[in-house]
Design a protein. Sequence first.
Lengths: 309, 289
Amino acid sequence: MEAVVEKKKTKKLNYKKKQGILGTLFISPYALAFLTFIVIPVFMGIFLSFTAFDLIRMPKFIGFNNYINLLTADDVFMQKVIPNTIKFAFFTGPIGYLLAFLLAWLLAQIPQKSRTVLALLIYSPSLTAGVAMGVMWKIIFSGDQSGYLNAMLLNMRMIEQPIQWLTDPKYLMTVMIIVTIWGSMGIGFLAMLAGVLNINPELYEAAYVDGMSNKFQEIIYITIPSMKPQMLFGAVMSIVGTFNAGAIGVILSGTNPTPQNAGQLIVTHIDDYGFIRYDMGYAAAISVMLLLLVYLMGKLAKSLFQEKE
Amino acid sequence: MASLGGTKINPSKFHYSQLKFYFILVPVALIMALPIVYIFSHAFKPIEELFLWPPKFLVRRPTLKNFKDLMQTTSTAVPMARYLFNSVAITLGLVFVSIVISTMAGYALSKLEFKLKKPLLILNNIALMFVGASVVIPRYLVVEKLGLLDNFLVYILPTVAMPVGLFLVKQFIDQIPQDLLEAARIDGASDLRIYWSIILPLIKPAIATIAIVSFQMAWNDAGIANLYIDNEALKNFAFYMSTLTTQTNIVTGQGMAAAAALIMFIPNLVIFIILQRNVMNTMAHSGIK
């Protein structure tokens, strides 16, 4: 009898061991790529941010100097990059996110066939992400009179001179925001659409019996609380999307720095110092600030939507 | 209770009370699609229509000349077909490899017990907020150290670990009941067998989603070619396209650029239409809890 129990135990132990080996084996390829190209670069970035480094000589440790310079001596950073980033992030982040939720909610109110077509049209800009998008907008906003928008406005006599949409500091930021929101109905938008559609309809019925009387209450008391996890996923995607879209100003205007730094964001500021001035330590310090910023925003989103356990 | 009719989410058929939603959605959808329609039309415009003033939105007499010009262009050292071939090879490679490693990792993180599982899960969830642009420089140093500069593998290795992709697959596998796997185990199936004959067939929607995400990443990206590749014969189509548009003020260049943008866009659209049902199915489990 005892021997049987013993045998069972070793069998179970063996099994656990086997599972451990297979688990480690299965996770390794991903973990290896993840460590090599995401985790290690992040730590290298943190290390480099405390050095002076120009890619040729060895990095020289200089303590917090890069951060001190960034916060006290970098006029462009303080006067242009930070205000620009706040403005850009506000419009493409929260506003774009709200828009994505509203569109997802509206789409959930109509039958499936027409919903699929309309959702595809709204999602289609995300399919052109990157270069193709830049091309289209450059043609449309082109600064001479053959630019489509200029020609249209000239033709309707709303303006007299073609406007330099992409090189005039007055307009660049607005164009950047429009283009980014246009392209931001991506994976987060799809997640929220799926979230609205998967809410149990009985919840609504019960709430109406309890005296709920309109669509607005429906959204506040039923829809959003029932799809918090998707709302959070959408928010995280929106934050990351906003900061990843940072190069749009450079793509549109064709120069880095952008004309009079009008479209300079944190991401383009990094490229400016890293790949144009070869001040890698300084660029790394800006990168660390960016990562911190994104992380804090993510925390904020989590505190809004995460369910307490 | 009649009032409940108008408040239905996901209604089964059209009702005049839905008109107000269409009233907002249709214009929005049209505005979103407008630039894409413009590219379609621009790509087929003959040269005199590209020069036409005021420019017309839609093409009058469509021609394939822009595409022919694109094929025959001699502005670069290698023919266009080479860039296109590179893009196809890179895309197929990345899609295949990321499906394999994400499903393996997703299965391990969701259903297997092993050391370091917890920290890896936490790390991957933090990495959802990872902004690639912030590590361009250290990543360049890593790529250089590994000898991947001017190497075709550089298109695949640095992007193959996709935190969002793994997250979606893992969430999807979480939905598969443990009982089902236990039953298979009692019948004598090994964990490897379970992965192959139970998990993979059940998570087809999640696989489709990974396929789309990695497809878009590989097909649309010009950054890698720009940063890590010097050899013109190894560059991809997205990069080639970005070189076309540095000369946007030349009207003929516009026609070619639009044709190239269309070539970029069509595969994206076709693949999404084929897989969209699967993607929506995966997104239903996308929530962060």
